[in-house]
Design a protein. Structure first.
Length: 191
């Protein structure tokens, strides 16, 4: 009997922080029981070009299935397509607002809307600072709807020596929220 892989959707939006998405995708690729369905906004592709040392094609190769952000007929746009969870990383405030109000103006926000209506796990990794009252209200509304909000806030108890170690700590937190066993990142072990 062949067990079906755990399907996780990764939405990458135009907020700064594409390195967080890349690291998460690289870690997920190392876990054979995970199948990644990915979609990137045009601004995510632009930020990737500005911020990261990986090409758009290389990122898309980290997806098991890749979708165009405008393809509203994609599998992940329907609740009848069974997925376990979705992570929007980084999540722009435009996407946060769109999901908060059920606007579904592109495949990322539509897939997130599906996660909400089907009561499936949705994780937002908002990347903006400072946060306005509107941003906080939208994030609070999503948290009340069951969305897990995991902003990239570095920890220093692990004495990171590189930016990569800071990024990997964020990835560890997301994988924990997805209930995926892993050995990435340095955990607090007590004093």
């Amino acid at each position: 009997m062949v067990l079906e892989k755990r399907k996780i959707i990764i939405g990458v939006t135009g907020a700064s922080g594409s390195v967080y998405a890349v690291d998460l995708l690289r870690k997920l690729k190392q876990i054979p029981e995970i199948e990644v369905h990915g979609v990137m906004s045009p601004w995510a592709a632009k930020n990737l070009q500005l911020e990261a040392d990986i090409s758009l094609n290389e990122v898309k190769e980290l997806f098991d299935v890749s979708y165009n952000h405008r393809d509203m007929g994609a599998a992940i746009a329907s609740g009848s397509f069974l997925t376990e969870a979705m992570v929007i990383i980084p999540a722009s405030m435009k996407t946060v607002a769109s999901v908060s109000y059920g606007f579904s103006d592109n495949l990322i926000s539509r897939a997130a809307d599906v996660m909400l209506k089907e009561h499936r796990k949705l994780i937002m990794v908002p990347r903006e600072t400072p946060l306005s009252t509107l941003h906080l209200e939208n994030l609070t509304k999503l948290a009340h709807l069951g969305v897990q909000i995991i902003p990239p806030m570095p920890a220093f108890y692990n004495h990171p020596k590189t930016i990569q170690e800071i990024v990997e700590h964020q990835t560890m937190k997301i994988l924990d929220a997805l209930e995926i066993q892993h050995d990435f990142g340095k955990r607090w072990g007590g004093e």
